[in-house]
Design a protein around this ligand. Structure first.
Ligand code: GUN
Length: 298
């Protein structure tokens, strides 16, 4: 097989950020404030900290103002709901996110539903998910939206293709399966949504033109599960012990990257594939919210 196309999310996300910066400059010329994203971080989970830091850095690169609201791991549900309420009512903020996962004593569903849908730039609120299902204008969940943008950049059509999504989480697998089966340019696929109870998973993945792996298990998708010429999208970000690295570990995905490179048509690396695209999608949603606000002010 020829060398696969490496789907470079880092590069594509930089392009998106450059375009957003230009768009903000052009629209913002008429003396409005720049877009503003806030992130609520509860506790000190190192991975969450690093993701939020990344989001804030990406805001800086795009000309988006950002605010980080940090709450202690012991904060009450009530305190978190109050913070959400404050951001819901702050007209200086176009969108905000609550970084997941949350400590066990916090009810995640209640939190998600408390964010007003027009500031829900993560696209997790039931109103946005429902609108997505009906193909109405809405904020799409950041990771699936980022994956669609990546496929679009590389002109990899999904129409008529068999996509096997592995993993049914509410923020990746399930919305991804709905988006890809919609009547839309980067939809029109035949989608199989698989999960931990799926029997004979290999038989399904071997039929896939596109595999989207979002299970959270190191190297779960092996070369014997994939047909020649498939497109592999790896959503996993797992820590693997590696004493040769200064920090003692490296990040790897849900697929056997080296093994699959020899037989696939295209593949996302980890890191530098889907991760940066999730952030780019969040920024696209934030700028969209800002534009809506700007139109209302005019
Ligand atoms: N945790 C893992 N992915 C995400 C995401 O896309 N948004 C938020 N808020 N938390 C996450």
């Amino acid at each position: 097989m020829a060398e696969p196309i490496i789907l470079d999310g880092k590069f594509v996300s930089m392009k998106i950020k450059e375009n957003l910066k230009e768009e903000i400059k052009n629209i913002g010329a008429t003396n409005t404030r720049p877009p503003h994203l806030a992130a609520i971080l509860v506790g000190d989970n190192p991975a969450s900290r690093s993701y939020v830091r990344n989001k804030i850095h990406s805001c800086e690169q795009s000309g988006i103002t950002s605010t980080l609201v940090q709450l202690d791991a012991t904060c009450t549900q009530h305190e978190l709901m109050d913070t959400i309420d404050r951001l819901n009512n702050d007209s200086e903020i176009d969108g905000f996110i609550v970084q997941l996962p949350l400590p066990d004593h916090i009810d995640e569903h209640q939190v998600t539903m408390a964010i007003t849908p027009h500031k829900d730039v993560d696209g997790f609120h039931p109103v946005n998910l429902g609108k997505m299902m009906l193909s109405l204008p809405c904020y799409l969940p950041a990771t699936p939206y980022g994956i669609l943008a990546l496929l679009e950049h590389y002109n990899l059509s999904t129409s008529g293709k068999h996509v096997v999504v592995v993993g049914r989480s509410a923020i990746v697998g399930t919305p991804m399966s709905i988006l890809l089966s919609r009547r839309a340019k980067y939809g029109n696929a035949t989608v199989t949504l698989t999960h931990s109870r799926t029997q004979n998973l290999n038989e399904l993945t071997l039929q896939a033109d596109i595999i989207i792996a979002a299970i959270g298990r190191v190297g779960f998708i092996s070369p014997d599960m994939v047909k020649d010429g498939a497109i592999i999208i790896d959503v996993g970000i797992n820590k693997l012990d590696d004493p040769s690295r200064k920090r003692g570990y490296r990040l790897v995905g849900d697929v056997d990257y080296e093994g699959l490179k020899a037989k696939c048509k295209a593949i996302t690396p980890v890191p530098g594939g889907v991760g940066p695209m999730t952030v780019a999608a969040l920024l696209m949603n934030t700028v969209e919210s800002w534009k809506q606000h700007h139109i209302k002010l005019k």
